[in-house]
Design a binder for this molecule. Structure first.
Ligand SMILES: Nc1nc2c(c(=O)[nH]1)N[C@H]1C(S)=C(S)[C@@H](COP(=O)(O)OP(=O)(O)OC[C@H]3O[C@@H](n4cnc5c(N)ncnc54)[C@H](O)[C@@H]3O)O[C@H]1N2
Ligand code: MOO
Length: 429
């Protein structure tokens, strides 16, 4: 195997993925109800404009009395102004006319009575609580209320359009939907939300030794970590995933891909690409457009990438081919391959920051690394902000699961000492 640098492999993979991701993003939008539980994280396919102003009518910010400020002129603690109680408006009632010279009870979110220009919170009135109000719209025939100050005009009134004027842009195309943005769309009357289709990934896991997570372990068998792990990583980065495990028979793998490829934009495989006697992925796909190479990286050294074109008699495989990335089977290698080469492009397509946050930090202890390879260690940051890393083995999934950071030792470095600076990517954000 010739050794390719991490940067070169990234460039090759990016060039392979870019056209298919762009094509998928610009194909017909999916339309989801605004209450769909899967809407968070989806990306708007078009700019949306609010139909109505927000709020759609002048309304009260407080439970209190709507008044004309001028009716309270001269009110003070020593000389309160007393007004008859006017018409009551609760949230949901249509606006009523404010009777000049009265104080109209009004609840938070209720329409300001027409003609009133300020709201006095109930706790600033005397009595400081509502008594026996009716919602029939008629004034209280007997009640009065006193005020000991003059409110500024507009106080506690939320004017029409103060959140968003009518016909203003809501969110631009390409916006990633967050809970707050979903709330905004809903209140602006967008019941159906057009979103970009997600890339559809066919994830194929190999390994005759691998069994389902619920299965008993026969001698020589291990449970499948990579299918759930990679599925979760790809979905979190914004892809749709169909996950299948195939037996270690190249023909079975080719048949499966031929049957499923045209419903997917990308093929990811795990395992079966190294130097063994039974390398199902390499045996099945080498010579069909996928190039198997050693990358100067550890873990994740063996990699396959290319535009897979199966034989012409595999009629269901699209003539143009399907981009394929083949990751090594060791769980840490498999996950790291995704993080290094694929997830950034998926995150970018999903409107997210592509890369993990990068920091330079001080090492807490010495470490060794193969000088010919870019080594990625897993670790944590101590209370003094220094980096500790765990052993380098690519089967050490428990260490990866506990890791807060990835620590990168570049090519050409075979040792770092305590106190040296190291680049870390944060996983705990
Ligand atoms: N003679 C050589 N042997 C190996 C080399 C080499 O250069 N020369 N490279 C090693 C490196 S580095 C890696 S990484 C692995 C990659 O091997 P494969 O991609 O062929 O993966 P497998 O052999 O299928 O599996 C490797 C390892 O991972 C376990 N595995 C596989 N699938 C799963 C899964 N779904 N869930 C959990 N664990 C899985 C599998 O049992 C093996 O232990 O090759 C080295 N060998
Ligand atoms: O490159 Mo392999 O991924 O170390 O174990």
């Amino acid at each position: 195997m010739s050794m390719r640098s991490v940067a070169d492999h990234r460039r090759i993979v990016d060039a392979l993925l870019a056209p298919t991701l762009a094509r998928r993003a610009s194909s017909d939008p999916e339309v989801l109800p605004v209450s769909d539980s899967g809407l968070t994280g989806r990306v708007l396919s078009e700019a949306l404009v609010s139909r109505d102003p927000l709020p759609p009518f002048d309304n009260s910010q407080m439970d209190g009395y709507a008044v004309r400020a001028a009716d309270l002129a001269g009110a003070s603690a020593s000389a309160p102004v007393e007004l008859p109680i006017g018409r009551t408006t609760a949230a949901g009632d249509a606006p009523v006319a404010h009777l000049p010279g009265t104080a109209s009870p009004v609840m938070t979110g209720a329409a300001i009575p027409i003609g009133a220009d300020a709201v006095v919170p109930i706790e600033r009135a005397e009595p400081a609580r509502f008594t026996a109000l009716s919602r029939d719209g008629d004034p209280d025939p007997t009640g009065t209320v006193r005020f000991a100050s003059v409110p500024p005009v507009g106080e506690f009134v939320r004017p029409t359009g103060s959140d968003l004027p009518a016909a203003s842009p809501l969110l631009p195309a390409g916006t990633r939907l967050t809970p707050a943005r979903i709330g905004l769309l809903a209140t602006a009357g967008v019941a159906e939300v057009p979103v970009r289709p997600r890339p559809r990934i066919l994830l194929v896991t190999t390994g005759d030794e691998v069994v389902d997570p619920g299965a008993a372990l026969e001698p020589g068998r291990i449970r499948d970590a990579n299918t759930p792990m990679l599925s979760a990583a790809l979905r979190e980065a914004g892809a749709e995933v169909t996950a299948v495990r195939v037996p270690d028979r190249p023909e079975a793998l080719r048949t499966l891909i031929a049957e499923r490829a045209d419903a997917h934009e990308l093929l990811i495989t795990s395992g079966g690409i190294s130097m063994g006697a039974f390398e199902v992925v390499r045996d099945a796909l080498a010579g069909s457009g996928v190039d198997f190479t050693g990358i100067a990286m550890q873990p994740g050294g063996p990699q396959g990438a290319g535009l897979l074109r199966l034989e012409p008699d595999d009629a269901s495989c699209p003539a143009s081919g399907i981009p394929a990335l083949c990751f090594p089977g060791n769980p840490v290698s498999s996950w790291l391959s995704a993080e290094m080469f694929l997830l950034p492009a998926l995150r970018a397509a999903a409107g997210r920051t592509a890369s993990l946050p990068v920091e330079q930090r001080e090492l807490a202890h010495a470490l060794d690394s193969p000088a010919a390879k870019h080594q990625v260690r897993r670790g944590r940051i101590d209370e003094r902000g220094r980096v500790h890393v765990t052993a380098p083995g690519s089967h050490l999934l428990a260490d990866l699961a506990a890791a807060e950071i990835l620590a990168h030792v570049p090519v050409g470095v075979d040792r770092l000492d305590a106190g040296d600076t190291i680049e870390v990517w944060r996983l705990d954000v």
